[in-house]
Design a protein around this ligand. Structure first.
Ligand code: PMP
Length: 397
């Protein structure tokens, strides 16, 4: 019995949710209609929490490439590259990614989660220290745990706090691995790249930037590109599951040791590699991203519009405009009521509870896509306004 005791609180919370009829963590999209619309509860619903930043999941060229790859190479690789062998397309994708980032080497992983797990756990062990921003994604926390390294958190986006913690490390700072994100997944704010890089220059260490939410969103390549901090960043990780509309993850670096990570990384060695269709659509999506600056412009125009609409409603949003727009609430029931009100009005956003959120807040997290029409953005804003009208607003602002 004691094995399951840990689930009691969760089960009680689930029961409460069952009474309300809301299933925020079990939403079924009965049918996808487009990159921004699906059928949920039998209703046509605007999908406003997909991370599908450039809207490429239905791009005809990506679909054609994936379909052709299934026909010619089959549905899956059925094993890891170490055991079953590498397909030529894995190598082609790695070449594309390393050339795109202008870095000497690239490794692709089966998901973005595994990319962080694989890099952190292979690069560091119990003799090392990793210094991470407190708001880093679960994949970074889990990678730290898997590595066995000493983990030090610095206050979110606070380069002074990072400096303080590196200073305390003394000589060990020179080998510390510092980890930040281009755009943070929950509130959509960016790392203060210049300040972080300055601290690294002063104290030493290695710097890893996860560009999961910033690839194709900030410039073509993310925050490192737009801040021109290439030389201070040693490793860039990211995912193919957001702006590139597929699944998979990567790490690029100029350090020759990256190739050794490949053979010592359990999340690379012991899981099935990316399937051929996913590789094919990712490669085409990358080419589309490069030739389509108008998609990024549309994305930012949509992001600015929704941020403005939601701030006019008095919602407490993240500190800067970005395609990730999250309303922070202080009460779980209010957050659930607002989320339910939105879904009833045909708008699906992410409902995120602590501990996955900063400052123990309850988040209604939207992610905007270039594929959203202006009308859809306005409908999302109108649904928030109407749903808020039905809620107790005390925990909203
Ligand atoms: N890094 C960050 C910052 C993320 O937000 C996510 C996913 N939300 C990942 C990595 C993992 O990516 P994937 O879902 O492709 O495994």
């Amino acid at each position: 019995m004691s094995l399951f005791k840990k689930f009691e609180a969760l089960a009680a919370r689930q029961k409460e949710l069952d009474v309300t009829g809301a299933q925020p963590f079990n939403v079924v999209v009965e049918r996808m209609i487009s990159a921004t619309e699906g059928i949920v509860d039998g209703r046509n619903t605007i999908l406003a929490g997909t991370n599908n930043y450039l809207g490429l999941t239905f791009h005809p060229e990506c679909i054609e490439a994936a379909s052709n790859a299934v026909l010619s190479e089959g549905t899956g690789t059925t094993g890891s590259r170490m055991a079953n062998g590498t397909y030529a397309s894995h190598i082609a994708l790695e070449r594309d990614i390393s050339e795109f980032f202008g870095r000497r080497g690239a490794i692709v992983f089966s998901t973005g989660y595994l990319a962080n797990l694989g890099i952190l756990s292979a690069l560091t062990n119990r003799d090392d220290v990793i210094v991470i921003d407190g708001d880093c994604h679960a994949s970074i926390y889990d990678g730290c745990q898997m590595s066995g390294a000493e983990v030090i958190r610095f206050r979110h986006n606070d380069a002074h706090d990072l400096a303080k913690r590196l200073r305390r490390l003394g000589e060990r700072a020179k080998n510390a691995l510092i980890v930040v994100e281009g755009i943070y997944s929950m509130l959509g704010d960016r790392a203060p790249m210049k300040e972080i890089a300055d601290v690294k220059r002063e104290y030493g260490g290695y710097l890893l930037v996860d560009e999961a939410h910033s690839l194709g969103v900030l410039g073509e390549r993310g925050l490192v590109e737009v801040t021109d901090e290439h030389t201070s960043v040693d490793f860039i990780t990211g995912t193919f599951s957001k702006s590139l509309g597929a699944t998979g993850g990567f790490c690029v670096s100029d350090l020759p040791e990256l190739e050794l990570v490949r053979v010592s990384s359990r999340p690379y060695v012991f899981t099935a590699s990316m399937s051929p269709s996913v590789i094919a659509s990712t490669r085409v999506a990358l080419a589309v991203l490069r030739r389509s600056p108008h998609l990024r412009a549309q994305l930012w125009s949509n992001a600015n519009r929704l941020y403005e609409l939601l701030s006019q409603l008095g919602l407490n949003l993240g500190p800067e405009v970005s395609p990730v727009i999250a309303a922070m609430l202080t009460d779980a029931d209010d957050a659930l009521a607002l989320w339910t009100g939105l879904l009833e009005r045909g708008v699906y956003v992410n409902l995120i509870f602590p501990p996955a959120t900063p400052n123990s807040s309850y988040l209604l997290r939207c992610s905007v896509s270039a594929a959203h029409t202006v009308e859809q953005i306005d409908q999302i804003g109108a649904a928030f306004a109407a749903a808020l009208g039905d809620c107790d607003r005390s925990s909203v602002a």
